[in-house]
Write a protein that binds this ligand. Structure first.
Ligand code: FE
Ligand code: FE
Ligand code: ZN
Length: 276
């Protein structure tokens, strides 16, 4: 059985979200640790988390994914923005330790003209400052489309970040299908080669989660526009083959398609029934 879910709002709490996930036949989900634009995060309610854990255990949930706010940019050219990123990251990791098997996914950052190398160095600095041996959660670098000055558009860039980090055992990668397709990895015609490449450069053991999205924009366009499954340039066939690939099918698979809850329910149903 695939481990599949979607991005959901956690505003009503974790036990609510878990029941919502179960109601659409999901056994994982993703949520923002705080308002995606950043800002102050509410404290989590311990009882709510305990109730969530009961539902998750009962329904055999795969690890869930906490997503850092989009505004978090470890390689901004503004030192205050970098400091803010570090503060948010550290706070989120400390809260997430209540759900030790959850992944913490973040966009590596945009170097805003400082150059890829400088950007990578700053991301490495942030990770070396905030990762602590006592934090149980694994941190995931998301593969990016390469729009603007985004870092993480190639496996080599992600590998360079990982190799600069001392506690690299705490790092993994979340592969976003829309992003890698837009970045120029041909998962439609050459999935095996793309995964072989990933294995050679990063190592498939580092692949921990998937964002499953179709892409409104063409191959190698370096544009980041998610489409519903089967309504984009990747297509339903390639995405079905993707989720059923032996290296993918046991990972938590998160839909970030432009849907309301009923649309997510249909996509989950479609993907589950497509299991080969
Ligand atoms: Fe993301
Ligand atoms: Fe994503
Ligand atoms: Zn995206």
């Amino acid at each position: 059985m695939l481990n599949i879910g979607c991005h959901l709002s956690v505003s009503k709490g974790f036990s609510h979200i878990a029941k919502e996930a179960v109601s659409i036949n999901a056994n994982t989900f993703q949520f923002f640790t705080r308002n995606p634009q950043g800002g102050k995060a509410k404290d989590w309610d311990i009882t709510d988390i305990e109730n969530y854990k009961k539902t998750a255990a009962e329904h055999h949930f795969a690890p869930i994914v906490a997503h850092a706010p989009y505004t978090l940019n470890p390689c901004s050219d503004n030192p205050q923005t970098r400091e803010f990123a570090q503060m948010v990251f550290a706070q989120d990791l400390s809260k997430l330790s209540l759900i030790p098997d959850a992944y913490y996914n973040f966009h590596p950052g945009s170097h805003v003209g400082q150059g890829t190398q400088q950007g990578i160095n700053m991301i490495v600095d942030l990770l070396n400052n905030v990762l602590k041996p006592e934090f149980p959660n694994m941190v995931l670098l998301e593969t990016m489309s390469g729009k603007g000055s985004e870092i993480g558009k190639t496996f080599a860039e992600l590998s360079e970040i990982i190799s600069g980090v001392k506690l690299k055992e705490k790092l993994g990668v979340c592969m976003d299908t829309c992003h890698i397709f837009a970045a120029g990895y041909d998962i439609v015609h050459n999935l095996d080669n793309v995964l072989a490449d990933f294995d050679k450069i990063i190592g498939l053991t580092k692949l921990k989660a998937v964002h499953l999205n179709d892409s409104l924009m063409p191959f190698a366009s370096h544009k980041d526009r998610h489409a519903k499954i089967g309504e984009g340039e990747i297509g339903a066939k390639a995405l079905t083959e993707f989720v059923n690939n032996p290296y993918i099918k046991n990972l938590p698979i998160i839909l970030e398609t432009p849907n309301e809850i009923d649309g997510y329910a249909r996509e989950i149903q479609f993907l589950r029934s497509s299991t080969i």
